[in-house]
Design a protein. Structure first.
Length: 249
């Protein structure tokens, strides 16, 4: 199935895990991919190779999502390479764990800046190209802890809660341009994490009703692809959970 043929997707934080799975699945849908990373450039280059193995075009573009200049340059790179942008996936994030009493303002700002400011800056930078394409999709990656709460992640919970609000606001503001905005919220997903993010200490696979297992990055990617596709043009402003029943709305 190639429902995304002729479209171009920018995926931030696409070096590995969920971001990589999203890039690959959108490519399987027919889209050409701009693979973004900031520090994990070698892993991101492997994502590019995997996308190209699906028969689609892909380029690697670096940049700091907290930099307006970098995100403007990222979108310019995308349009120079492929002529358009139809899909923006905001996946870049930091997943820190720090007790609130030990949480510094600098660490608080760092996490909020990457997750929330980053989504704002990429959406702003991509907007001219999305409008020029006649419409498109913005898909933000949320976090289940924003809906359940958890310990040692006040900064992450706050930032991911803000992503839900930003998504709803974008759905209203961008509807006149035929641009949808939705939020996909992964549950406990089987990923490789850095030392700063070990996963919520209040969530285990045993608490997941559906087979008592962790989810796979590909299962999150499938929902992103669905929301990017033509069958979802009447879906906007929604927060959609992919968690095996661990959290029920």
């Amino acid at each position: 199935m190639t429902e995304l043929t002729g479209q171009v997707a920018v995926v931030t934080g696409a070096a590995r895990n969920i971001g990589r799975a999203i890039a690959i699945d959108l490519a399987r849908g027919g889209a050409d991919i701009v693979v973004h990373a900031n520090t994990s450039m070698e892993a991101a280059a492997e994502t590019v190779r995997l996308v190209q193995a699906e028969g689609r075009r892909a380029i690697l573009a670096g940049g700091d999502v907290t930099s307006e200049a970098d995100m403007t340059a990222l979108m310019q790179t995308a349009t120079t390479a492929f002529g358009r942008i139809d899909i923006l996936v905001n996946n870049a994030a930091l997943r820190r764990e720090t007790k609130f009493e030990d949480l510094t303002y600098a660490e608080w700002r760092e996490v909020l800046s990457v997750i929330l400011d980053g989504a704002f800056l990429t959406a702003k930078a991509a907007l001219p190209a999305l409008k020029a394409a006649g419409g498109g999709s913005i898909i933000n990656l949320g976090g289940m802890s924003a809906h359940t709460g958890t310990s040692e992640r006040a900064h992450v919970v706050t930032a991911k809660t803000g992503i839900v609000g930003l998504t709803r606001a974008l759905a209203h503001d961008l509807a006149p341009f035929n641009i949808t905005a939705n939020c996909v919220v992964p549950g406990l997903i089987d990923t490789i994490r850095g030392k700063s993010g070990h996963g919520s200490n209040s969530l285990t696979a045993a608490r997941t009703p559906l087979a008592g297992r962790k989810g796979r990055p590909e299962e999150v990617a499938s929902m992103v692809r669905t929301l990017a596709g033509p069958q979802s043009r009447y879906v906007t402003g929604q927060t959609i959970h992919v968690n095996g029943g661990a959290f029920l709305v």
